[in-house]
Design a protein around this ligand. Structure first.
Ligand code: RIB
Length: 305
């Protein structure tokens, strides 16, 4: 199998469970606060490795004690970490609150992620033997764009998940093999208010017209919608589970999807595999702590058939 390369963020998540989110100015009690390895980039790398892919991570952690914990967590979960740099200062930190419905809100402090430069990526990355590069929006945007251009120039597929949401320049779309967005990100990028499969299809048509080769719009409990410039369309339902914590569900979907594609699965099969991985992840607390391995995903799929 060719390898996947994730270029992105590594965070320590400080996760507090609450009954409901505090109002502005309100002080509330948390039932529990934990430190859990996270970061959209690192989560996607863990999801890909746990789903069976050979996966490397390029990014940075700080010279603080969190840095070692975060790199160790990636290594333990099967991710190659030779390209995770140590930068002066703190690691990335995400303050996460999870309510009783399993919903979250997140405040990011970039730390070392904000110091990952174009030069770092150019010196770290070897594209040979890479099936796809996975990128998000938690390291400097100029670095992400430079990595996208470099991957595309070397014939490596680019899977872009622009999260947190941001608008994309027109000239980026033709460089994308797969744009992966949730409802919020789809709306920011395309201007289409996405709430169901029909509106996801409208947003997808907009992105394909701009030149993306394919797009996946994830719709939470409503599953996901896939469309390609070659004319393929697929709406894949979500599996019904009781959510405990939705943190990293999207990251798990993306990492598992990329792993399935690298393994040669057909698109619709890869989407079902990814949906199963995400369904398992939302039944468990935390980011990387919630991500299932390939055997669990396959057993879940059998149990649902
Ligand atoms: O997508 C979930 C992730 O977003 C968390 O792990 C947190 O670190 C933030 O990056």
């Amino acid at each position: 199998m060719q390898k996947l390369l994730v270029i992105g963020s590594v965070n320590m998540d400080v996760v507090s469970n609450v009954k409901q989110f505090p109002l502005p100015g309100e002080t509330i009690h948390s039932s529990c606060t934990k430190f859990v390895p996270g970061g959209k980039g690192a989560n996607q790398a863990v999801a890909a490795a746990r789903a069976g892919a050979a996966c490397a991570m390029a990014g940075a952690v700080g010279l603080d004690p969190f840095g070692d914990t975060l790199v160790d967590s990636l290594t333990e979960k099967g991710v190659q970490t030779e390209s995770v740099l140590r930068k002066e200062g703190t690691s990335g930190i995400a303050l996460i609150t999870v309510n009783e419905e399993g919903e979250n809100n997140i405040i990011l402090s970039a730390g070392a992620n904000g110091k990952v430069s174009e030069e770092d990526i150019a010196s770290l990355v070897q594209w040979e033997g890479t099936y796809a590069a996975l990128l998000q929006n938690e390291i400097p945007w100029e670095t992400t764009v430079a990595a996208i251009r470099s991957a595309n120039a070397q014939g490596v597929r680019v899977f872009l998940n622009p999260a947190p949401a941001r608008e994309l320049p027109d000239d980026l779309f033709p460089l994308l093999d797969t744009l992966i967005v949730n409802e919020t990100e789809a709306a920011v990028i395309t201007g289409v208010k996405v709430s169901d499969t029909a509106t996801a299809e409208a947003a997808a048509a907009w992105a394909l017209a701009k030149g993306a080769a394919s797009i996946i719009v994830t719709l939470g409990e409503q599953g996901c919608f896939f469309a390609s410039a070659a004319g393929a369309r697929a709406a894949v339902p979500a599996f019904r589970v009781k959510p405990v914590d939705t943190t990293a569900a999207g990251d798990t979907f993306i990492g598992a999807y990329a792993a399935a594609c690298a393994d040669g699965l057909a698109k619709e099969e890869a989407l079902r595999f990814a949906a199963a991985a995400a369904a398992i992840a939302v039944t468990r607390p935390g980011a990387q702590s919630s991500i299932p391995d390939k055997a669990e995903i396959e057993a879940f799929l059998v149990s649902q058939s």
